[in-house]
Design a protein around this ligand. Structure first.
Ligand code: HEM
Length: 150
């Protein structure tokens, strides 16, 4: 199957990919920060209920659609002839870090459900540490995607 028709849209797709990724990252960096504060709020309190709403909306309205859009536009870039050289090692580091980022997304979604049900078993410290992981992955991914070291 030929994907030559994608070539004229390369930069447009890349623009949409970067916009989606920015929205996804905003959520991945902010949601665990909300968990840090939520872990310190008493279950059932007004504060805790407000965090639940913030977390649910952030995940459903921003992070889930932004993750899907990042994958859709990223996959279109992968399919665009001449864009990815699979013999370069950087692309494999990017793939591994993107898998890690997706894992973090799903982990945070599970943690959100714990908070929703008022049964958070983890101390705030765990969320503080988890908060750093998407940051590190993002630094690695952007370095690979932009510098393309070979
Ligand atoms: C979700 C799965 C992803 C796929 C399949 C994917 C795939 C790609 C591909 C094939 C390119 C090359 C475009 C080109 O060189 O013209 C690209 C560019 C880029 N990606 Fe991704 N990507 C994904 C996720 C991410 C994430 C999570 C980030 C950031 C945290 C990211 C940041 C970038 C950036 C900044 C560029 C532009 C690089 C440049 O042209 O200088 N991508 N992506």
């Amino acid at each position: 199957m030929s994907f030559d028709w994608l070539v004229p849209f390369h930069l447009w797709v890349k623009w949409l990919h970067i916009v989606s990724v920015i929205a996804w990252m905003a959520g991945l960096l902010y949601l665990p920060r909300l968990f840090v504060y939520h872990a310190e709020a008493a279950p059932g309190s007004d504060k805790s209920e407000t965090f639940k709403t913030m977390e649910r909306r952030l995940l459903r309205a921003i992070m889930n659609p932004a993750m899907i859009a990042s994958f859709v536009f990223g996959t279109l870039l992968v399919l665009t002839p001449g864009v990815v050289d699979w013999s370069a090692w950087w692309i494999w580091i990017k793939v591994a870090a993107v898998v890690g980022m997706t894992e973090m997304h799903h982990l945070f979604a599970r943690w959100r459900k714990d908070f929703e049900a008022d049964r958070n078993p983890r101390p705030a410290r765990v969320y503080r540490i988890a908060n750093e992981i998407p940051t590190v992955l993002m630094i690695v991914i952007v370095a690979m995607a932009v510098l393309k070291p070979s």
